[in-house]
Design a protein around this ligand. Structure first.
Ligand code: PLP
Length: 461
């Protein structure tokens, strides 16, 4: 039996609003520019000791294996897909662990089902409660219904409709409270105090971590010679589970697998916490990776991650958007931003590996409208979409000349805004914003050079 960690509900969920509801991701509104993808400039944060030989805190190998048994027939053993494209980039074989294809669309069901199935009859009769605007809500709702337990999920009023609907469809009673997550959480805690229901935390609980760690056991079976596992890191439940299960299982064979955790650079709470030596609350900035935007690591996950994860790297929103496009285009996989951070870390060169490398794609729940914005952003970040502003003499035929230059370079115009009223041009000029699709950075540069050769001064937007 696992020693149950006391849930810390106040710090138990991302503090930014749910960006898949198109509400928050200000990261998408910044100009992109023709910058190169973030290179391997940011040093990885090395954790304290992934090889101390001390027993790890939290679930034991027996706990992880028991969780695996419990989940048998409930969760999918998700596919492991080879990626030639990413393998070429890394210089080692890359395999994708497709938890985006998991039931409910994310790995979250593993921890929720494991914890709920360990509740006694009295706890089951009183029901379970969670506060979430994301994948945790669906994992808890689904698991509770499977086990015949009543579930109540508290969500902020503005939660994205698809998430609300999915949570209801999985059988939960949804209570909409307040404008932000913290208000919904406070209402959930009040409900727990009033009814005696059990609060299900998203990551800071040994039974949740044990369930998430089953991803690690599956990886070891599917890729026995795995050298490196790359895993998203928010509150830390998934990374702690995977790292601990893998560390304990491979120790039996005297083997080591490197574990790399990936955070969003706008919400890298583990980086600060590791530097401080304890879980530390940071101010997060909005990021498209809402699922991993957590201001403070979970207490138990922090203890485990510090010991069992080898290094932590961070990626930008543009890196994530580019990765989502690669996953769509090359691997035919729909992956939400939090799930795509591992691919982003490989693409930016932050991960090095000398053997088979598994990237965990942790979820695929994304609103199609938000996906549309991410695609536009990712194409811009990959320089497959170029938007420039120029001043042109206010004479007939100028627009045709620009169109001819772009067409001679085989680029495709998708949007033109032509105005005489921009204050930045002289009174004898007009301003033109022109958007073209290109085949990538080199092609984009060729278009820019052709415009410059013709005497224009294109400003990349
Ligand atoms: C898709 C996805 N990936 C990763 C995470 C991060 O998990 P953890 O908080 O356990 O680190 C979440 C959390 O909700 C998630 O939804």
């Amino acid at each position: 039996m696992i020693d149950r960690a006391v849930p810390d509900p106040v710090l138990a969920e991302p503090v930014v609003p749910d960006s898949t509801g198109l509400a928050a991701p200000t990261g998408l509104t910044e100009p992109t520019g023709l910058t190169e993808p973030t290179g391997p400039t940011e040093p990885a944060v090395m954790t304290e000791s992934a090889a101390s030989g001390q027993p790890l805190p939290g679930p034991t190998l027996a706990d992880f294996e028991a969780a695996r048994e419990r989940l048998h027939g409930i969760v999918q053993e998700t596919p492991m897909e080879r990626s030639r494209y990413l393998s070429g980039m890394l210089g080692a074989e890359v395999l994708l662990k497709c938890e985006n294809l998991q039931r409910t669309g994310a790995y979250k069901i593993r921890g929720a089902y494991n914890m709920l199935s360990l509740l006694d009859d009295d706890q089951r009769a009183r029901g379970v409660v969670a506060a979430s605007a994301g994948n945790h809500a669906q994992g808890v709702a689904f698991s509770a219904t499977e086990l015949g337990i009543r579930s109540t999920i508290f969500m902020p009023v503005g939660v994205a409709l698809p998430k609300l609907q999915a949570t209801r469809d999985y059988g939960a009673a949804v209570e909409l409270r307040g404008a932000d997550f913290q208000t919904a959480l406070a209402a959930a805690i009040e409900h727990v105090e009033r009814t005696g229901a059990t609060f299900v935390p998203p990551y800071d609980h040994a039974d949740i971590i044990a369930g998430q760690g089953t991803v690690g056991l599956e990886i070891l079976e599917q890729v026995p010679d795995v050298a490196t596992i790359v895993v998203p890191l928010g509150g830390g439940g998934l990374a702690a589970g995977v790292a601990s299960a893998v560390r304990q299982r491979t120790a039996l064979d005297g083997r080591r697998v490197r574990i790399v955790g990936v955070q969003a650079e706008r919400a890298a709470s583990f980086v600060d916490s590791l530097a401080a030596g304890e879980p530390t609350t940071i101010v997060t900035r909005p990021t498209i990776a809402d699922g991993i935007a957590v201001a403070r690591p979970g207490t138990l996950p922090f203890e485990i991650v510090r010991e069992a994860v080898d290094e932590i790297v961070t990626v930008s929103d543009d890196d994530i958007a580019r990765a989502m496009i690669v996953l769509l285009e090359r691997a035919k996989l729909v992956v939400e931003p939090s799930g795509a951070v591992t691919t982003a870390a490989i693409m930016t060169g932050l991960v090095t590996s000398d053997g088979p490398t598994v990237a965990v794609l942790s979820g695929g729940n994304i609103d199609p409208l938000f996906m549309e914005r991410v695609i536009a952003r990712g194409l811009a970040a990959s320089q497959r979409y170029l938007k420039v502003r120029m001043a042109l003499p206010d004479r007939p035929g100028q627009l045709a000349i620009i169109a001819q230059i772009v067409s001679d370079e085989q680029a495709n115009v998708v949007e033109v805004l032509h105005t005489q009223h921009d204050a930045w041009t002289s009174i004898t000029d007009v301003s033109i914003d022109i958007s073209v699709t290109t085949r990538g950075p080199e092609h984009a540069q060729r278009v820019l050079e052709a415009l410059r050769r013709a005497g224009y001064e294109p400003q990349v937007l």
